[in-house]
Design a protein around this ligand. Structure first.
Ligand SMILES: Nc1ncnc2c1ncn2[C@@H]1O[C@H](COP(=O)(O)OP(=O)(O)OP(=O)(O)O)[C@@H](O)[C@H]1O
Ligand SMILES: [Mg+2]
Length: 679
């Protein structure tokens, strides 16, 4: 019975029909980028031994949407090649055959006439265009000398329409025959015209250039692709597809041809290079390592999936670039994923390549880190002119110069070059370096933080920048300010008739006379509040008005001057030159100190900001003090006294290096210390 059903001469009993809906599912939707579609068409021309390909499309436009009005331009994308073309029979056997492996079909993985390693394999590339348009028109003539007629080469002209193709998936699809079909031509070659686009964006010329260049890694003299802009009819605008120009740090370039990939017992050849780019590439086409098989891009990776935690990691992902040729990814075995966006990394060869890549990355990461730092530093030196600045400020103080440069080096270590484009940022770094440089211990701490992590230093630098230390500490400003103050102090001291007021004003405006380490760290506001609060509190408590500042109190001499220095409130009692402090004045000042204590205890919110308080007398003589007062002065660590000369001397001593530099810079012999010694 079974035998009866067997019909050896009729139509095949069983037929497997591949629905054309699979075409839709084959992944053409993935080709929504114009550049990716162009790449497939160009690859086909290459495989057909073309030496010239001309692509024409409107740059920088949005191809028409699904709903079109009559005024909408009827855009076309045309790819024309001078390859061997196809005969009508070949159109049927090759072009209209979906998903047939050309290397099996033709029995070779080399092109027919020029022996190029062909890029095509899967038999689906031509369908890519349906990712962006509905109509593909093919005009082709060729292909082998035997096909040539006396009139020339017979032209095949067919129009594929995706909607027609998918409307009836049961029967065979017969593309419409175009008007040129059956005519003859003197030249072989294939022209593909795309029409009826979806809403797709065509990039600008330069972007298109980069994207296309990134897709191919072919270096041959018999291959030239020119891409024309059809949006500007009048002037000819075009580019020639060439190598992607990537600006790399030459010293980090690794030629990979000397390091084959180990896969089991085999060593598989690779060629190309990997390096650090001079600037981080945000452009997708340029960033990362492009992997080519047979001249066509098959994958792109920024890190070969390396795990975190290696030297230089921080910058690697933004700086790593390369182009490597790995033909064995597309040899006997097809390791390119069918969506063509990546390779199968989990295959044996894929894994071997990943292991190889990670090893390479570790090595280049170490190299790159050093190079980037060096480069950013060089560029910073150039742009900031910091060398000239320190040379001018401190021609004879090598230690100072080195330590400012060292500070700058630490500050720029974590910057990338883009940060140096900001002029004011560069100026800030210079200023910050000038103020940090001389603070050796701070510098050491910074270096330590910098060594630990990039982020930590960032925070510290941001903090400094926010606190505007840099600006306030601009050396030029400090220099002239301090020199002027020192000069004025010397003059006041020399003029024995000077009254208290000018001294008070001077000390108040230049608290560093008392404490060379004093920094203007943004506490002035809280000091104003403390002053006001304390004066009000004092008036209520003792029924007396107090004046704690010489600034803005024209009517009255201040009772004392109140200063602050990082967590410290400082009562400064200033008496004019040659003055003899009285017991009464001494006790009154001490009472101010205790009143201040009480005030701050009663107002802990303010008090905790200034946990330390002290009292300093600047007065030349204390011979009129009673023994009790003297002993309190000697024993109370919070109370001290200086004479005017001591003050000037200690200021000069503390600022000696500094002032020397300034005077040297001015080239004038006006060192007040020199004059003083003679007195
Ligand atoms: N410009 C062309 N000139 C001559 N023949 C072409 C051209 N474009 C396509 N063909 C023929 O049509 C076939 C199908 O092309 P298609 O791009 O679909 O597949 P493929 O190139 O073989 O493989 P892949 O899917 O990997 O690109 C090609 O193998 C080739 O024989
Ligand atoms: Mg192809």
């Amino acid at each position: 019975m079974d035998i009866e059903r067997f019909d050896p001469i009729g139509d095949p009993k069983y037929t497997m029909r591949i629905s054309r809906l699979t075409i839709d599912k084959l992944g053409i939707k993935l080709y929504d980028r114009v550049s990716a579609v162009l790449a497939e068409l160009i690859a086909n021309s290459y495989d057909a031994d073309a030496t010239e390909v001309s692509v024409s499309l409107p740059w920088g436009v949005t191809l028409a949407g699904t709903v079109r009005s009559a005024e909408d331009p009827q855009y076309r994308i045309v790819v024309r090649d001078n390859g061997h073309g196809m005969s009508a029979a070949e159109v049927n056997a090759h072009y209209l055959m979906v998903g047939s492996d050309r290397r099996l079909r033709t029995g070779s993985d080399l092109s027919r006439e020029r022996g190029r390693p062909v890029m095509g394999r899967k038999g689906i590339g031509k369908l890519a265009a349906f990712g962006i348009c509905r109509t593909i028109e093919v005009i082709t003539a060729g292909s082998s000398p035997a096909d040539r007629r006396p009139q020339g080469w017979a032209v095949s002209h067919l129009v594929l329409d995706i909607d027609e193709m998918l409307s009836d998936t049961e029967r065979d699809y017969h593309p419409r025959v175009g008007e040129l079909d059956g005519t003859f031509t003197t030249h072989r070659g294939t022209t593909v015209v795309l029409r009826d686009f979806y809403r797709k964006r065509v990039n600008s010329g330069p972007e298109l250039n980069r994207q296309l260049a990134a897709r191919f890694g072919i270096e041959r003299t018999d291959w030239r692709v020119e891409v024309h802009n059809s949006a500007v009819a009048a002037q000819a605008e075009s580019f020639i597809l060439s190598d992607l120009p990537v600006d790399v740090m030459e010293e980090t370039r690794v030629d990979v041809s000397t390091r084959p990939v180990r896969s089991g017992r085999q060593y598989l050849p690779v060629t190309g290079w990997v390096a650090y780019s001079r600037q981080p590439y945000r452009d997708e086409a340029m960033a990362g390592v492009r992997i080519y098989a047979r001249g066509k891009i098959v994958a792109q990776t920024r890190d070969f999936d390396i795990a975190s935690g290696f030297t230089g990691e921080y910058k690697l992902r933004s700086y790593l670039v390369g182009a490597i040729h790995v033909d064995w990814l597309d040899d006997e075995e097809d390791l390119v994923r069918s969506d063509r966006t990546d390779i199968m990394w989990n295959s044996a060869r894929g894994e071997a390549l990943a292991v190889w890549g990670r090893e390479l990355i570790r090595e280049i990461g170490r190299m790159g880190e050093r190079s980037i730092r060096r480069r950013v530093w060089e560029e910073f030196r150039e742009r900031s002119g910091i060398q000239a600045t320190v040379d001018a400020i401190a021609p004879n103080d090598r230690l100072f110069r080195d330590s400012v440069l060292e500070a700058a080096r630490i500050l720029v270590a974590n910057k990338d070059r883009a940060a140096l484009d900001d002029r004011s940022h560069v100026e800030n770094i210079v200023r910050l370096a000038l103020s940090l440089g001389p603070q050796r211990s701070l510098l050491a701490t910074l270096a330590e933080i910098a060594g630990e992590s990039d982020q930590g230093l960032d925070t510290v630098v941001a903090l400094f920048e926010r606190a505007r230390v840099a600006e306030m500490y601009s050396l030029g400003q400090i220099a002239s300010e301090r020199v002027a103050v020192v000069d004025r102090l010397s003059r006041l001291i020399d003029d024995r008739r000077s009254l208290e007021r000018p001294f008070q004003e001077l000390i108040e405006s230049a608290p560093w006379l008392l404490a060379p380490e004093w920094t203007p760290l943004g506490m002035n506001e809280s000091l104003t509040r403390v002053r006001a609060g304390f004066e009000r509190w004092y008036a209520q408590k003792f029924g007396q008005t107090l004046v704690t500042s010489s600034i803005g109190s024209r009517k009255r001499e201040p009772d004392f001057v109140l200063l602050h220095d990082s967590g410290e409130l400082w009562i400064v009692e200033i008496k004019r030159m040659d003055y003899h402090l009285t017991d009464e004045e001494y006790n009154r000042a001490i009472n101010y100190l205790y009143a201040l204590d009480t005030y701050l205890t009663e107002n802990p919110a303010i008090g905790t900001q200034f946990p330390r308080r002290r009292l300093t007398f600047i007065v030349d003589h204390i011979d009129r003090l009673r023994p009790a007062s003297r002993s309190s002065l000697d024993s109370d660590a919070r109370i001290d006294r200086r004479t005017w000369r001591e003050l000037l001397d200690s200021t000069l001593r503390a600022h000696r290096d500094f002032l020397e530099r300034v005077y040297a810079m001015r080239g004038v012999d006006e060192d007040p210390a020199a004059g003083r010694q003679a007195v």
